[in-house]
Design a protein around this ligand. Sequence first.
Ligand code: AMP
Ligand code: TRP
Length: 341
Amino acid sequence: MTASSFTPRVFSGIQPSGGLTLGNYLGALKRFVDMQEANTHECVFCVVDLHAITVWQDPEALTRQTREIAAAFIAAGIDPSRSILFNQSQAPEHAQLGWLFSCVARMGWMRRMTQWKDKAGKNSEEASLGLFAYPALMAADILVHHATHVPVGEDQKQHLELTSDIAAKFNHDYGVDFFPITEPVIGGPAARVMSLRDGTKKMSKSDPSDMSRINLSDDADAIAQKFRKARTDPEPLPDSYENLKDRPEARNLVDILAALQGRTPEDVMGEVAGQGWGQFKPHLAEVAVETMGPITGEMNRLLADPEEIDRILGEGAQRASEIAAPILDRTFDIMGIVRRA
Ligand code: AMP
Ligand code: TRP
């Protein structure tokens, strides 16, 4: 079945495993807001706490970070009365379908996931079973809502391909056209925001060096300092974007500026061609502070009232379950699992 036979619905999730970075903001949050504003899809956004605990999370930190991510969604522009915003564990259908999908997905598929290989590392015997099954739960998040579109950063592409494989295998094995083949929404200059210290690594909240990333919680001074110290080559900016192709650090900074301003990198190059770093970096920092400052401020304001955030998440979970429960019921039914009438 093609995605077009389903209600157009967006689903995406962010793990509460630390504070958000500029990569999360540009690659995910900002694009979620754009999709909400386009008004063409029902939007469901999730703080994926069950995914976060596939690696150790300190309980107090997990609670704080869950509220922080929820506050960041709202501060960035997600309106919980128009979009659904909730934390995964409060809509139990996600974990339930996750188990069913653990029985559909094959060991070999999971073993090929680069995120599994990166996170489990050499010591995979010590990794949690949940970390291995992670992509089956992610497929469940998406498919329990029959989501047709999933905006994510480039790093999640392989997980979305696996989601389609699970949907296709389920449909094939049970001879149904029940789960949609979901479309990834990946792209734009910020699909992969790179580390400020190494242009070949993605900017990540788990990088040991804080100088490698801009955090949503950084103040103006920290942002300016991090961009000033960002690694670059000594050459000034060339006259076209094309000529940045073998200069990953320089290209990353141009991509960041373009994404912050909602412009194409080619357009930005028209303006900054020939500039040296002493001119470009302070300008970039200024634009970043202007964009992120108000979001950080609003996030902190919301965090002063944790009960209100919990209320929003609870109400969102109820609305999420209203979509997910009938889809889960139908899945049990297709599989021949007896249910209470
Ligand atoms: P995570 O923080 O791993 O839960 O990721 C949440 C979302 O942010 C996912 O859609 C990721 O693909 C996206 N994301 C994370 N880091 C980056 C990055 N450096 N560049 C672009 N998108 C990113
Ligand atoms: N795996 C995603 C990440 O680390 C988070 C995630 C979990 C997700 N479930 C999802 C993203 C469903 C999109 C859709 O970024």
